[in-house]
Design a binder for this molecule. Sequence first.
Ligand SMILES: [Zn+2]
Ligand SMILES: [Zn+2]
Length: 346
Amino acid sequence: MASVPCPECGAPTSAGELCDECYADRLDVLDAPDEAEVRVCSNCGSYVRDGGWTSHDEPLPDDELAVSAVKDGVRLHADAREPEVVVGVESRDPNVLRVSVEAKAYVRGYSVDDEASVRVVLDRRTCPTCAKRSGGYYESVVQIRAEGRDPTDDETERALEHAYGIAGRDYADRDTFVTETHEVRGGLDIYMSTSDAGQQVARRMTEEYGGVYDDSATLVGEKDGEELYRVTYAVSLPEFVPGDVVEVEGNPVLVTNNAEVLKCTDLRTGRRQTFDDVNPERLGNVRDAEYTTVVSVSGDEMQVIDPSTYETVTVSRPPFVDARQGDEVKLLPTRGNPLPVPNKNS
Ligand SMILES: [Zn+2]
Ligand SMILES: [Zn+2]
């Protein structure tokens, strides 16, 4: 076989190309840009990577942003074997960093090294999410209301927990956030950045407390070429809540749950009962009950001091009241005689 000399060094080769050593020597192993730019949000520290804004709980230091941008921009030649690349920041101004890259590899069995220096510009701006947040952007409003009453503190606090939970934890999605909340006459309004998030709040509240929600959408414009609707979720929590004392079918009962059906304790018999589709009438709430003293007990009845009149009255003694003369019992004032209620719901 004829031997043709390497055009560079004259070493014998088979086809007259560069010999392996000259090839390795001439090859640019490292392909690095002269300059790289990182868009970073000056408000939240999110930055653009692979064309999209990242979500990071903790902003990255400038050095790490610059180094990772350079690593993303550097390519090694396909013939480089066992490459080792070291990237480090050489110098920094507030928005311009100089980053060095050193590469070592083997090409056709010959050790080569290469280096580059990249100027990294930090382009500080406001990310779309921060722009939306600061601009008061919202796509849904959840109106927390209750039938015939104001929502309780427990209910409004729970609604806020759901809203912030969905925004923060449940959807690891920067575009889901609580825009603002307002206490209004008759309840609470929660503004959220997506309609789905608003619906989740409405759904969770009615699952937990009962009641219903309605939605109504208003066309407000366009977003990414699609019609943008703002949806109002009107939550109506049930009129009666646990702790309410109501009259159902002529009997006083204590409401224990009203999420799907009315669950209650009969205040005369102590029996647990469940009602569907009834129209209870409000008698009061156990928090308005007062302690009073038992004067005497006779069978299913007891004489007690009526806390509102200080007169001795006879009331029935339900099974849940295990009281003797001189004991304290809890009575709820009603239109007629006061009503004994369980002590434990104090
Ligand atoms: Zn050669
Ligand atoms: Zn931001």
